[in-house]
Design a binder for this molecule. Structure first.
Ligand SMILES: Nc1ncnc2c1ncn2[C@@H]1O[C@H](COP(=O)(O)OP(=O)(O)OP(=O)(O)O)[C@@H](O)[C@H]1O
Ligand SMILES: [Mg+2]
Length: 532
């Protein structure tokens, strides 16, 4: 990397990190991920980094953390030019990154995970597990994390796993923390706790970068914000008094409405019926799902809200043939046909489209190309005399890429797309199937505002075309914006079911936390509701 003239001008004392004239091209898909980017961090601030999917946020931060090499540009830390060629170099400078995709070993304990790669040794050779536990205990107490060093990581919630990731970085002595979309997998309650932790770290003198697509978080947590668009920084300013609409406009370059028009509509016949569905795992003290009765009719959106760990994931798994825990009982009917226990492929043939929350693990095959991923579930459509018709495949893929604004090369592995663009690809594939029933979980995780708005419109359009839609989401605003009916799950049960009329976040929140429950009875196909 070479130094630039601007590099020599900036020596403002409270500026801790400067990235000057950073450029990076990925030759595989000929993308300029960063183009002459200037970015700085003040000591002790929380700095939000926002921008559309594929804008280059992760790339810029990977360069700072030594995980990618810039083609051009200079980095200064504490006013001095530095060379960051590897994660180890960044580590030495006190810079650490928490990735969006966790890098934890599920069957290791919390303590083993945190010290991994930098284990305390006994006699200079042997791993000193007792010391590791003690260190991690003290560390997590110091930061108010309440972590059990002995717990197996595989048994933790997403929020707890994230704290393990942060402790890992703190254990290495980093004082500059880069967090890539840390809140996208967290529930609202977990985000509150997480922000408390960040504020505490800030008062302890840490400097934090937080990448986020949730624009309200910019005002809630950050001191300054930098906006990126198409590989460039378009603005950098204090976050106070910056409203969501202005931010969205800066990001996208045009007005974003941030709202959904949901026309009134009478639902049709039931498509999905769930009758007395339970899921028992003998190793768990309580049923994972207990006596669930729900139905979704054609042209209707049923939104399911709940805090993580209350059965939402299990319900998603059982309904889509992906369940691997315990034994389900009861009935699940699609258009009157019993489907409980059917394989995902069979369910697809019956008209189910499924967008899982975990689109990286479940929804896509990272080594396959973008176009292969787009056709994978209905590639028979492209067969003629047993041969795949390449021309039709390109046309179909191109169409989806255009419609959904997916940024990526059709023939490059989907794993090289930005996080949000992978999500868009999976969504576009499933939504384009115009299914009878759509089960969609966390549809806007990792998506930028413009794309979220587009996805909402697609969902409403599918509702208009008589698809029955089961929406599972930890985002209450999303549930309220899209649903015709809202069910709340708590400890594996449906504790409330309302038509979405005059509902508000606060009252739903009470049901989600188990403070209230509703007596729900099914009576001649209709729900009779009584709150108490
Ligand atoms: N390893 C890679 N190989 C090839 N191209 C890449 C690679 N990593 C990123 N890119 C490309 O660089 C561009 C910027 O990606 P980046 O991940 O930095 O975006 P982002 O702003 O973090 O987006 P998102 O909000 O979707 O996570 C994208 O077009 C992406 O396809
Ligand atoms: Mg990213």
């Amino acid at each position: 990397m070479e130094s630039t003239t601007q590099a020599d001008k900036t020596s403002i004392p409270n500026i801790l990190v400067e990235m000057l004239g950073i450029s990076k091209v990925y030759p595989d898909n000929n993308v300029t991920a960063n183009s002459n980017v200037h970015f700085n961090l003040q000591r002790g601030e929380i700095h939000a980094l926002v921008g559309e999917n594929g804008a280059g946020k992760t790339t810029l931060m990977k360069i700072l953390c030594g995980l990618e090499r810039a083609d051009q540009g200079t980095i200064k830390v504490g006013g001095r030019p530095v060379h960051i060629r590897s994660a180890r170099d960044a580590d030495r400078l006190g810079i650490g990154m928490v990735h969006q995709r966790f890098c934890l070993v599920e069957n290791f304990s919390v303590a083993d995970n945190i010290v991994l790669g930098k284990e305390p040794l006994r006699g200079g050779i042997f791993y000193d597990r007792a010391k590791a536990k003690q260190t991690v205990k003290v560390l997590s107490e110091d930061y108010g994390f309440e972590m059990d060093p002995n717990a197996l990581v595989g048994t933790l919630t997403v929020g707890q796993k994230q704290r393990v990731e942060i402790l890992k970085v703190l254990y290495r002595g980093s004082t500059i923390l880069v967090l890539d979309e840390p809140t996208s997998l967290l529930t609202e309650q977990e985000i509150k706790v997480f922000f408390r932790v960040l504020r505490q770290l800030k008062t302890m003198g840490y400097t934090i970068v937080i990448i986020t697509h949730k624009l309200e978080e910019v005002g809630q947590i950050s001191d300054r914000v930098t906006v990126m668009r198409e590989g460039q920084v378009v603005d950098s300013r204090p976050s106070a008094n910056l409203d969501k609409a202005t931010l969205a406009r800066l990001m996208v370059g045009k007005e974003v409405l941030l709202q959904v028009e949901k026309p009134a509509k009478n639902p049709g016949l039931p498509v999905l019926e769930i009758r007395d569905l339970s899921l028992i795992d003998p190793t768990c003290p309580r049923p994972l799902l207990a006596g669930i009765n729900l139905r979704v009719r054609a042209g209707e959106v049923l939104g399911i809200a709940g805090v993580a760990g209350n059965g939402l994931g299990e319900l998603e798994d059982v309904l889509t043939g992906m369940n691997s825990r315990g034994r389900p009982s009861g009935q699940v009917l699609i258009e009157g046909l019993e489907v409980l226990g059917h394989s995902p492929a069979r369910l697809r043939r019956m008209g189910l489209a499924y967008v899982p929350a975990d689109r990286l693990q479940r929804g896509s095959s990272l080594a396959l190309s973008l176009s292969d991923n787009l056709i994978v579930v209905n590639h028979h459509v492209f067969l003629r005399f047993g041969i795949l018709r390449n021309h039709s495949i390109s046309k179909f893929s191109n169409d989806l890429i255009q419609r959904f604004g997916i940024k990526g090369n059709m023939s490059a592995p989907i794993g090289t797309l930005s996080g949000g663009n992978i999500q868009k690809a999976v969504l576009s594939r499933e939504l384009s199937r115009r299914p009878k029933l759509l089960i969609i979980s966390e549809p806007t995780w990792g998506l930028d505002v413009a794309c979220s708005e587009f996805v909402y419109q697609e969902i409403i359009e599918m509702r208009g075309e008589e698809t029955a839609i089961l929406l599972i989401s930890s985002n209450l605003d999303e549930v309220l914006a899209l649903s015709d009916q809202v069910a709340v799950m708590y400890k594996g049960e449906v504790v409330a079911l309302f038509p979405n009329v005059g509902l508000d976040r606060e009252s739903l929140g009470g049901y989600m936390l188990g403070l209230h429950r509703q007596e729900v009875k099914e009576k001649s196909g209709c729900w009779e509701e009584r709150a108490h």
